[in-house]
Ligand binder design. Structure first.
Ligand SMILES: C[S@@+](CC[C@H](N)C(=O)[O-])C[C@H]1O[C@@H](n2cnc3c(N)ncnc32)[C@H](O)[C@@H]1O
Length: 168
């Protein structure tokens, strides 16, 4: 039973192989920068039971994200499950109770702006990992996943984000 937590950040999960591009995290199982490397170089096709990618896909340009999602599809065994969490572009644009400044942060990421007073060595070393490079609605993500071949695609908004569950 192999499960991947891709772009794990500080959300290290037992029972998963936790993957991230940063070598500064306190705990990570495999360091892979998915902007210039592919998971297919590290794991066999049709070998993974579950892939979790929370707050991750929006950190890539559209073409990179499609390649990563296609790699997820290849890595999953038949009936393997994909779970995503992403900012809900439609909700963020339409909602009236967030300030414009908050909307900018949720849509474009923190970029190089330190979020607290202490020195953020992680952000200084990898500012590009804090950028959101594209946005999705539940409808556009469903469309992208079904084009790749995913089935049983379910999405649900939770606050400013939406969650996706799909299978191969
Ligand atoms: C917003 S954090 C989400 C962390 C975690 N999944 C969570 O839900 O708390 C995004 C993570 O993606 C990682 N990341 C961003 N770009 C990456 C890349 N090109 N390759 C690998 N990891 C990347 C960052 O290092 C960061 O840990």
């Amino acid at each position: 039973m192999i499960k991947l937590n891709v772009g794990c950040g500080h959300d290290y999960r037992d029972g998963y192989i936790n993957v991230d591009g940063s070598d500064l995290l306190p705990k990570v199982d495999k360091i892979i920068n998915l902007s210039n490397d592919s998971l297919l170089n590290h794991f066999d096709s049709d070998s993974i039971n579950e892939i979790l990618a929370k707050d991750f896909i929006e950190h890539f340009f559209h073409w990179e994200a499609i390649n990563i999602l296609s790699d997820f599809y290849k890595l999953l065994e038949n009936d393997g499950v994909l779970k995503l969490k992403l900012p809900d572009f439609k909700f963020l644009c339409k909602t009236w109770f967030l300030s414009d400044e908050d909307k900018i942060t949720y849509l474009y990421g923190g970029q190089d702006k330190n979020q607290n007073k202490s020195k953020d060595i992680y952000r200084e070393k990898f500012p590009e990992f804090f950028c959101h490079k594209y946005g999705y609605t539940q409808k556009t993500m469903k469309h992208e996943l079904s084009k790749i071949g995913f089935k049983n695609i379910k999405t649900q908004r939770r606050g400013k984000n939406f969650h996706v569950k799909a299978s191969k």
